[in-house]
Design a protein around this ligand. Sequence first.
Ligand SMILES: Cc1cc2nc3c(=O)[nH]c(=O)nc-3n(C[C@H](O)[C@H](O)[C@H](O)COP(=O)(O)OP(=O)(O)OC[C@H]3O[C@@H](n4cnc5c(N)ncnc54)[C@H](O)[C@@H]3O)c2cc1C
Length: 512
Amino acid sequence: MKERIHIVWFKRDLRIHDHAPLHIAASRGKVLPLYVVELDYWQLPDASARHWHFIRQSLHELNTALSRLGQPLVKLQGDMLTALETLHERFEIAGLYSHQETGNLWTFARDQRVAQWCAAHGIDWQEYQQHGVFRRQRDRDGWAGKWEKLMAQERFTAPIRLAPLQTRIPQNGLPDNLGKVLEASESRHCQTGGRSEALLLLGSFMRERGHYYSREMSSPLTAAESCSRLSPHLAYGTIALREVTYKLHLVLEHAELEASWKRSLRAFDARLHWHCHFIQKLETEPRFETDNMLAVFDGLRENDFNPAYFAAWQTGTTGFPFIDACMRSLRQTGWINFRMRAMLMAFAAYQLWLHWQQPAWHLAQCFTDYEPGIHYPQIQMQSGTTGINAMRMYNPVKQSHDQDPHGIFIRRWLPELARVPAEYLHEPWLMPYSVQQHSGCVLGVDYPEQIVDHMAAVRQARAKFSELRRHNPVFREQAQALNAKHGSRKKQNKPRKPAKLSPIDHGQMNLF
Ligand SMILES: Cc1cc2nc3c(=O)[nH]c(=O)nc-3n(C[C@H](O)[C@H](O)[C@H](O)COP(=O)(O)OP(=O)(O)OC[C@H]3O[C@@H](n4cnc5c(N)ncnc54)[C@H](O)[C@@H]3O)c2cc1C
């Protein structure tokens, strides 16, 4: 007789704590904890080696935790349907349990195939919510209240013991490398995976690092230390969002905090709402990964894609030191703060007039924390294709002066500018030739000339958007429909009008 099992399928939820599928499956019988290394997924243009390294480290810790309970993780390679077939031959599958994944279109299609397979084989597949993202939520009515209620709910405890499986399963283990490698020398400084690291980050942020979060999150000089850095852990689920909100509210309610610290923790709390606010958009409309949010923008930039501009932006060789330093730092470390992500994307979209799809893939590969549900809606927001958010056209020179006034970040990431005098560091194109020679940074030889006139390029971009939006009933209609479905309901008593074109923006994003 076949051994009867409940399969817990781990995806972006690599932990045993506050894990509904594991908790419930374990209460029903024998658990087979499964991770499938889906080889086709790793060929996608948004998958990269740094994601895999983070996952691999997290899987090692997950395996250790499960082994301590009595049943190690079962690791199979190939695709999920083959894995299910293999297990179906050997076991009686009493149920399949997983979290509700809001992934990319590939994982969405994969999940549909899994659902069909389960239906064909009479196997019940239970999917459980892991964030404040609601399946089959048509619009935002009542969303915020549901989020609060879910976060306040009791967390799921980890099982005390898992009965070991008797049936032998030939396993493949975990490959060393998967996904696109940006460059051989890169990825050395990326964040480490695993739950223990997530707990350390949460602890140090709540104890000391987060004190000046509000004040220090905007500059790439201070943000790396003052932001929580929890994003890859939330993206791959080594920690649950509810564990973070629980700890945050404990501190907010019980600790004696200075006003600045309280302000910082409230700002952090807002970000945790944003996390789900954005993922909800892709959950409701998976097409946002590939389609402009407003169809009225179709064809706006797609046919003007300039591969040379894209290559310069990708490699941090645009001739704009602050843009290039941000990109090169991101390529090496796998992380950059929110404002700089927004600026990098906006520069690609407005100054370089690049359609957002290829930049989105590049940034997805660079970010260790790639989370499709946040990524694509943010990418579109920074590219102006949502129609309902103010368009932020960042001035890279102004940002450079504001966020890196002494050029410390620029010099750190662009060694070729190390000896350029401070007065020219933000705009090297103003440097006389004799100074270029003296500082060992001849433009066009040691460091590129600026690839566009950034002010003229932004003026052109604004004009193109204005033309498309002004007195255009189709634009208004589409923007209002999008807002009715995806716009936040916070402080909104009457339907919001489509956003006006804003002047070149230097302020922090106001997402709500
Ligand atoms: C173009 C673009 C692409 C982005 N792509 C991603 C992505 O793929 N994955 C990702 O996790 N974040 C993404 N973000 C959002 C944000 O920049 C990161 O979440 C943040 O920088 C992560 O660092 P942290 O964990 O220290 O964040 P903290 O500032 O400490 O915030 C805590 C958590 O709140 C959430 N959060 C913070 N800011 C935002 C935001 N603006 N929108 C939604 N959620 C937020 C994240 O889960 C984050 O871990 C993107 C932003 C932009 C502009």
